[in-house]
Design a protein around this ligand. Structure first.
Ligand code: PEP
Ligand code: MN
Length: 443
């Protein structure tokens, strides 16, 4: 079947809201289509080349950010803190793994969420579920939960502001390796791992000065880094409106993000999300869970990367600490045998979600670290390579995941639980996890 940016509309589409006023939706989409995009095809191609390098073992990919961004959190201090923690983690990973790190933020467009039920009932009232700020609002009122197409424009604007601020910080020198102190968060001195982190920062500073002495000049490569963006390609109306052809490049690009991914709930082979993603030139991620059979995953590889292009397809497994040993080895072996070039990432968050006795969603640091440790070992044993990680994290001092160096307990969760959706690693836990990755993989 021929692909067009609209051909997904002929397929069953999961996880989409029903807009009460379809004409208003079409009007907004027409506006969205005329606005400038958020990223360029050059950047998308560059990320694909970096993913190909990660597949070859020459890079490690760090993908991370909030489960869902919210419109209210489009604030400079929150954006800066998220950037800080990703920069600090990538410093730890580069130093410990002795490899270059590709940074992919889960931001500047991560505004739509899949839900397990279309409707929610409270005190006898039934309303549509909250599907992320791109669709509706979390408050439990009929007005808030009504899908509003105007939100597509608001989401585009906020994504543009976010990416503009990130680009400005990075181009202005915020990511300069000569100044890792720019990335310190206020309370970093009190973190249990602060001393270990500082030792690594000092070692990098020494190496940098040594190399620049030899070179006789500052090395400009160390003054800036690249940052890429990603989000779940969930609300296909929005994705379609940003799907463009560009001069002198073949094919169609989704220019709302560098790296869209297909979530677990929308990975049906004959579904709309796979149909949309198979036609765009961007690298594509797919979440792979324990319920997906090997044939399904191989068919996804064939559908999404029929040309077997390097750096094109990223399989993000999210099995859970208790299931990874059972499900991953055969899958890795089957993909290897098929000859499909894929980049493997591990998402150790989504298979490890539990509820506390108070009904809060949480994840245990040890389960997260345990799944990652198994993932590295399983790939190594199969002659494959885990090329990176996909994490939900924040630069804030939240208490959403239990465990870690400060040993947060269920009681601590009440102190600073802010997520509307999934629990995130806080700043200290994220940094600790980066050190853990180095511990299991780097030596
Ligand atoms: C997510 O990444 O927030 C998510 C919903 O993941 P998954 O599709 O793997 O469940
Ligand atoms: Mn999530």
């Amino acid at each position: 079947m021929t692909w067009t940016p609209e051909s997904w509309q002929t397929k069953p589409v999961a996880q989409h809201p029903t807009y009460p006023d379809p004409a208003a939706l079409q009007e907004v989409l027409a506006q969205l289509k005329r606005l400038p995009p958020l990223v360029t095809s050059w950047e998308v191609n560059k990320l694909k080349a970096e993913f190909a390098a990660a597949q070859r073992g020459e890079r490690f990919v760090l993908q991370g950010g909030d489960c869902a961004e919210s419109f209210a959190d489009c604030r400079p201090e929150l954006i800066t803190n998220r950037l800080k923690v990703l920069l600090q983690m990538s410093l730890v990973l580069t130093h410990g793994l002795k490899t270059r790190v590709t940074r992919v933020g889960r931001f500047a467009g991560q505004y739509a969420k899949p839900r397990s039920a279309d409707l929610e009932t409270k005190n006898g009232l039934t309303l549509p579920s909250y599907r992320g700020d791109l669709v509706n609002a979390p408050e439990f009122t009929p007005e808030a939960r009504r899908p509003d197409p105007q939100r597509l424009l608001d989401g585009h604007t906020r994504s543009a502001m976010t990416i503009n601020f990130v680009r400005g910080l990075i181009d202005g020198g915020f990511a300069d390796l000569h100044h890792p102190e720019y990335w310190d968060l206020d309370w970093v001195q009190h973190a249990p791992l602060a001393a270990e982190y500082q030792t690594q920062v000092d070692a990098i500073g020494d190496s940098l000065r040594f190399m620049e002495t030899l070179a006789g000049a500052p090395i400009s490569d160390f003054q800036r880094v690249d940052f890429f963006t990603s989000h779940e390609a969930l609300l296909l109306w929005a994705e379609q409106a940003q799907t463009r052809q560009v001069p002198r490049q073949p094919g169609w690009y989704n220019l709302s993000t560098h790296f869209p991914w297909i979530g677990l709930r929308t990975a049906a082979l004959d579904g709309a999300h796979v149909e949309y993603c198979r036609g765009i030139a961007n690298p594509i991620g797919v979440k792979v869970g324990p319920s997906m059979g090997i044939d399904w995953v191989l068919a996804l590889c064939e559908a999404l990367n029929p040309q077997r292009e390097a750096g094109k397809l990223v399989l993000i497994h999210r099995m859970g600490a208790g299931k990874i040993e059972q499900h991953l080895p055969a899958l890795v072996e089957a993909v290897r045998k098929s000859g499909h070039p894929v980049l493997w990432l591990c998402d150790p968050m989504h298979g490890n979600t539990q509820s506390t006795s108070n009904g809060l969603k949480t994840r245990a640091f040890d389960d997260i670290a345990g799944e990652l440790t198994s993932a590295f070992a399983i790939h190594r044993a199969a002659g494959s390579r885990l090329g990176g990680v996909h994490l939900e994290l924040t630069g804030e001092d939240v208490t959403e995941c239990v465990g870690g160096a400060r040993n947060l307990t269920e009681t601590d969760l009440e102190r600073a639980y802010r997520s509307q959706v999934d629990p995130r690693l806080n700043y200290e836990q994220a940094l600790e996890l980066a050190m853990k990755i180095v511990g299991v993989q780097g030596r």
